[in-house]
Design a protein around this ligand. Sequence first.
Ligand code: GDD
Length: 360
Amino acid sequence: MAIVKLKSKPKVAFITGITGQDGSYLCEILLENGYEVHGLVRPSAQRQQSLSRPLRDGVTLHAGDMCDLGSLIQILSSIQDIGEIYHLAGQSHVGLSFQMPLSTSDTNALGTLRVLEAMRILNLDKTTRFYNAGTSELYGCDMPAPQTEETPFYPVSPYATAKQFQYWTTVNFRDAYGFHASNGILFNHESPRRGTTFVTRKITSQVALIACGLSESFELGNLNAVRDWGHAKDYMRGVHLILQQPEPGDYILASGTAYSVRQFVEAAFQIIGVNIEWSGTGLDEVGIDSVTSKVRVRVNRKYYRTLENETLLGSAAKAKRVLGWQPKYTFRALVEEMVLSDIRAVRSGRIFAHTPLDLD
Ligand code: GDD
């Protein structure tokens, strides 16, 4: 007797922020797992470069905006059997949020409420799981390290206060309306797809320009800031696992290791065989090539934050225990991948001189 195998229907997911670093990695993971993927794209956004052409062919993009409830309702109601919503969209630059607190809150805080409200209006609460992109920026200064899911929040930027609203709104929809709604509290996660306004990619792209003889030096802000840096690809695997749990919950994803911006600079230069020595203090500090004595890094006050969370270090013990999540990249492997990728980008003309605006 012939056995007829019925093809199971693919899972359907919707990603807000699909064109960003995280959205593009998550999209790849979902496609590898056989999902039908839909993504939200702002019509004005020209930031689809992270979604390479073959990937874009495999997903359905919908034009919409986090500030427009109507478009969110229209899009979500047009997607059949939507099972998972990954809400990653938002204004993600902490420094910029001090200049644009209102629009940051509208997009991030109210934007999240709009997605959840659209789900509630469309009765998706019983059928669709929701993931909110939380952040280590929820924690305040001088918190005991490592931070865990139990560490109290004390946001110190407009970005972080908006994220606090997102976090608790997600919890509230879970408690009040019974949503399968979860938060990821992600510590800094980087990759060659990171924007150049974030410090890691700013450093690796500048080191690549120096390695290729196209630049002499670059400027940074607070070299003492300490961050827990992991690879976005690892973290998006974790995000996917969070929504596969039978019960919703809140999870930290972190590497559990922390380095200063100064150490990141040293590590990036090491990849191109340059040893950096530091001289001076505060705004007068410079990073010097120990062999040629050329100044490669300077400090500029304009890259300092109005208020700064100096040290962040996370414990992903819960995610490891419950989700079985384990990051694969080491700090050194992350830095190497980013520097080598940027050197290839410079050589192929994809990175050239930056405008001052790029160098946030
Ligand atoms: N961007 C930037 N540019 N940061 C600098 C610079 C500079 O020239 N010089 C020093 N820094 C310091 C910042 O003050 C901060 O302490 C640290 O480098 C990291 O800055 P960013 O790379 O901009 O990231 P972030 O930590 O503020 O926030 C990122 O990670 C969060 C946690 O995952 C963003 O991706 C957030 O959206 C995210 O929530």
